[in-house]
Design a protein around this ligand. Structure first.
Ligand code: NDP
Ligand code: OXD
Length: 306
């Protein structure tokens, strides 16, 4: 079968090499291309979805995001509603996200930024550190793993999702319980997908419900965060500090007020990056399922939006 690959700003080389080794794959085209795409059955795409690409693919049977998120696909009217769309669920992607958030939580708990400042002045200042209650919004593939790992590492953990969940040693909340979930948190981690219900969910209403002085970690999408509301909450001390990996506009413009903000730590959307060698196994398994007429793995529910 023929595959069209559109990796956005990421180099396509590792995908092309890996996919080309499979007996299932007869050609891998890399977008942008002038070649004949009329036999392409599979589109593998990271953001953005190139304008007009779908109409060049009359034989398209299946789309897969190159990441866990699909907001770049579902928000696009080019995608026919009857086409199966899948996303990446991968051990490496999950483990990397958990490691990133664990790093951020432990840095905050140990006040590491302050310790690094002290080093500049050769200042030896020891301190006790508290245990923290960490709240994870979104208890799916990534949030669920994170909540279990945090709990295993000795943190007190709460979790929030759409449907109700039971996770060992994690206090779980859903739907209308949001204020109960938020009120005791020292740290809030956002791992929700972007949908019409979750867009701008990190706003002044939510900040008004959280324990004053909480630390915010946004590793899901910039579309979840009302940027002005965060600046205001930081100014008032409602949020003590924020660690942000994702932004409404990426790359974050060089004149954006977040860059120089003393209470914001920025990383460039690297909390967890799809590793082609690892994620390829799932993509090829779905190609096999396409060939054999079997149900795809990790399909997105287009109505629900994730
Ligand atoms: P999943 O689809 O597996 O999990 C989503 C979770 O969010 C589910 O628990 C779901 O609830 C919950 N949820 C959805 N809508 C609501 C709502 N309205 N209210 C409360 N809870 C809700 O997604 P993943 O865990 O795989 O990924 C999450 C997001 O992480 C991705 O969409 C992507 O945007 C982001 N991401 C960021 C990366 C980075 O490097 N910064 C890397 C990878 C992903 P329920 O269980 O009840 O359905
Ligand atoms: C993803 C991402 O969704 O890297 O996988 O943001």
């Amino acid at each position: 079968m023929e595959i069209l690959l559109s990796t956005g700003n990421w180099p396509p080389k590792a995908w092309v090499e890996g996919l080309s080794k499979s007996n299932l794959v007869s050609a891998v085209h890399v977008w942008p291309t002038e070649s004949d795409l009329s036999n392409v059955e599979v589109l593998l795409v990271w953001k953005p979805l190139p304008a007009g690409i779908i109409e060049l693919l009359p034989n398209l049977k299946f789309i897969s995001s190159i990441g866990a998120g699909v907001d770049h696909l579902l928000g696009d009217s080019q995608i026919p509603l009857d086409l199966p769309v899948a996303r990446i669920v991968d051990e490496r992607l999950t483990g990397d996200m958990t490691n990133y958030v664990m790093m951020a939580v432990v840095m905050h708990q140990r006040n590491l930024l302050h310790v690094l400042e002290n080093q500049k002045q050769a200042k030896w200042e020891r301190h006790h550190y508290p245990n923290l209650r960490v709240g994870v919004m979104g208890l799916g593939e990534l949030g669920g793993h994170l909540a279990r790992t945090l709990s295993g590492a000795g943190f007190e953990v709460s979790g929030y999702s759409r449907s109700s969940k039971q996770i060992d040693r994690v206090a779980t909340f859903n739907g209308a319980d949001r204020s109960e979930f938020l009120k005791d948190l020292d740290v809030l981690v956002n791992l929700l997908p972007v949908t019409s219900e979750t867009e701008n969910i990190l706003n002044k209403d939510l900040f008004g419900q959280i324990k004053p002085g909480a630390f915010l970690i946004n590793v899901a999408r910039g579309a979840h965060l009302d940027e002005m509301d965060l600046l205001d909450a930081l100014e008032k001390g409602i949020i003590s500090r924020a660690m942000l990996d994702v932004f409404k506009e990426e790359p974050l413009p060089s004149d954006h007020p977040f860059w120089g903000h003393p209470k914001i730590t920025i990383t460039p959307h690297i909390a967890s990056v799809t590793t082609p060698a690892s994620a390829m196994k799932l993509v090829l398994e779905n190609c096999r399922r396409l060939r054999d007429g079997e149900k795809f793995l990790h399909l997105v529910d287009l109505q629900r939006g994730y």
